[in-house]
Write a new protein. Structure first.
Length: 153
């Protein structure tokens, strides 16, 4: 059972999930922020994968993504920062972002890196559910990753 399922099985209410942008405010802050959030009592963390054209995000996430990209954040850098995090981080980690950078990275390579880094789930709001089910569901399951759907109003 992955960490997300275990969390929701063991804690029925008052679950605190915190979002932050990888590489913000400084490039090397990702692991530091992750450790601080766990220590402060976060039950789960969503790490935003910065993207150069974050049209669906609000101004705060757009600004943090822009800063992170200017700092040099990329998926490769993020995975390098996360590769040993499971030695200290025990709460679920979810990556959230846009499908385009994942496809550019290569979906199978991306999922492999998620598994190696101990990522528990993905939120890719622009991944159509029918495309996920037809093309990617088996790959996500093989990597042990939950596809977390984001429902808009």
């Amino acid at each position: 059972m992955n960490r997300i399922k275990k969390l929701f099985q063991n804690k029925k209410k008052d679950i605190l999930s915190i979002y932050f942008t990888a590489g913000y405010p400084k490039l090397q802050d990702t692991a530091v922020v992750l450790k601080c959030l766990q220590k402060a009592g976060a039950d789960m963390v969503e790490i935003g994968m910065p993207f150069s054209d974050p049209l669906a995000d609000g101004p705060v996430i757009q600004a943090s993504s822009q800063t992170a990209l200017q700092n040099g954040m990329s998926l490769k850098v993020l995975f390098d920062q996360l590769k040993n995090c499971r030695e200290e981080i025990h709460i679920p980690i979810v990556l959230m972002g846009y499908l385009n950078p994942v496809l550019q990275f290569g979906i199978e390579a991306f999922l492999k890196q998620c598994k190696l880094a101990g990522v528990d789930g993905l939120i890719l709001p622009d991944l159509p559910i029918d495309e996920y089910e037809q093309d990617y569901k088996d790959l996500f399951e093989q990597a042990g990753l939950d596809n977390i759907l984001l429902v808009t109003p």
